[in-house]
Design a protein around this ligand. Structure first.
Ligand SMILES: NC(=O)c1ccc[n+]([C@@H]2O[C@H](COP(=O)([O-])OP(=O)(O)OC[C@H]3O[C@@H](n4cnc5c(N)ncnc54)[C@H](O)[C@@H]3O)[C@@H](O)[C@H]2O)c1
Length: 257
C-alpha cells in the first residue's frame, strides 16, 4: 500500500490514462478526487470505485476555470481533510498543419494543456504547504520533439515540461516541500489516442495507421494506460522523494532512437 494516507486530485480522471491512474492510486491506498469536465463518465467511475470500497469522489471541473479549481480543492479538503498529490492529466489533442490552425484552435489547446496545469499548481499550493506534496504533469513524448501537424499540441506539452522544471526549482529553493515532475508518454492506447492516430494517417485504414505507428516504436507496440499509471504511482509515492524537476519518458523507446 504505497500511497496509504495520501489524498490526490487527478484531472481528466474520467477516462483513458487518468482513469487508469485513479484505479492504480486507490489500489495503493490513496483517496482520490476525479476532476473532469465529463460529469457522466466521472460520476460513474467514482461510484464504481467507491462501491468496491475505495475512497473516491467526483468533482466537476474544467481545468481552464480558476473558480472550478477553487471548488475542486474545497472538495478534496472537505472529503479527505488533506491533499498530497496533484496529477495534471487532462489534455486535448489537435492534429493540424500550422497554416490551417486558427488562433482559436491554438488558444483552446494552450488553455487546456498549459493554462490548466498552471492554474492547478497555483490552486493546490496552500493545501500542500505544510504536509508536502507531489505534482505530476502529464506532458507527452511530443513535448520533447517536433512532429508535422502537431505544432499547437507539442508546443503546449513542451511548455508543460518547462513549467514543471520551473515550479520544481522554485519550490525546492524556497523550502516548499512540493516536488514537481513531468512524464512523457509515447503512444498509449486510449480511445482518444486511437482517434488522433487515425487523423494523423488520413487516407490509411485504422488498422494500417496503427501498424505504421507501431513500426516506429522500438518495443514494437503502443503502451497501455496502466503502464503510465504505474509511473504516476511511483512519482506520487515517497519512493521518489529525491526526484524533482525530472522528465520521465514512458514510450517504448520511441524518443531514444
Ligand atoms: N494517449 C496517448 O497516446 C498520450 C500520449 C502522450 C500524452 N498523452 C496525454 O495524456 C493525457 C490523457 O490522455 P488520454 O489519451 O487518456 O485522453 P482521454 O481523452 O482519454 O482523456 C482525457 C480526459 O480529460 C478530460 N478533459 C478534457 N478537457 C478537459 C478540461 N478542460 N477540463 C477537465 N477535464 C478535461 C476528458 O473529459 C477526458 O476524461 C492528455 O494530457 C494527453 O495529452 C496521451
Amino acid at each position: 500500500v504505497r500511497l496509504r494516507g495520501k489524498a490526490a486530485i487527478v484531472t481528466g480522471g474520467a477516462s483513458g490514462i487518468g482513469l487508469a491512474a485513479v484505479r492504480a492510486m486507490v489500489a495503493q491506498g490513496a483517496a482520490v478526487v476525479i476532476a473532469d469536465r465529463d460529469r457522466v463518465a466521472g460520476e460513474n467511475a467514482a461510484r464504481t470505485l467507491a462501491a468496491a470500497g475505495s475512497r473516491c469522489v467526483f468533482a466537476p471541473c474544467d481545468v481552464t476555470s480558476p473558480d472550478d479549481w477553487t471548488a475542486v480543492v474545497g472538495t478534496v479538503q472537505r472529503e479527505f481533510g488533506t491533499l498530497h498529490v496533484l496529477v495534471n492529466n487532462a489534455g486535448i489533442p489537435l492534429v493540424a498543419p500550422i497554416e490551417n490552425t486558427s488562433l482559436d484552435d491554438w488558444r483552446r489547446v494552450m488553455s487546456v494543456n498549459l493554462d490548466g496545469p498552471f492554474l492547478g499548481i497555483r490552486a493546490v499550493l496552500p493545501a500542500m504547504r505544510d504536509g508536502g506534496g507531489s505534482i505530476i504533469n502529464v506532458s507527452s513524448a511530443g513535448g520533447l520533439v517536433g512532429a508535422p501537424g502537431m505544432a499547437a499540441y507539442n508546443s503546449s506539452k513542451g511548455g508543460l515540461r518547462l513549467l514543471s522544471k520551473c515550479a520544481a526549482v522554485e519550490f525546492a529553493r524556497s523550502g516548499l516541500p512540493v516536488r514537481v515532475n513531468s512524464i512523457h508518454p509515447g503512444l498509449i492506447m486510449t480511445d482518444s489516442a486511437r482517434r488522433t492516430v487515425e487523423a494523423s494517417r488520413a487516407g490509411h485504414s485504422p488498422d494500417e495507421a496503427q501498424r505504421q505507428i507501431a513500426a516506429l516504436i522500438p518495443l514494437g507496440r503502443p503502451g497501455m494506460p496502466n503502464e503510465v499509471a504505474d509511473l504516476i504511482v511511483f512519482l506520487a509515492s515517497d519512493e521518489s522523494a529525491y526526484i524533482t524537476g525530472a522528465e520521465l519518458v514512458v514510450d517504448g523507446g520511441w524518443t531514444a532512437q
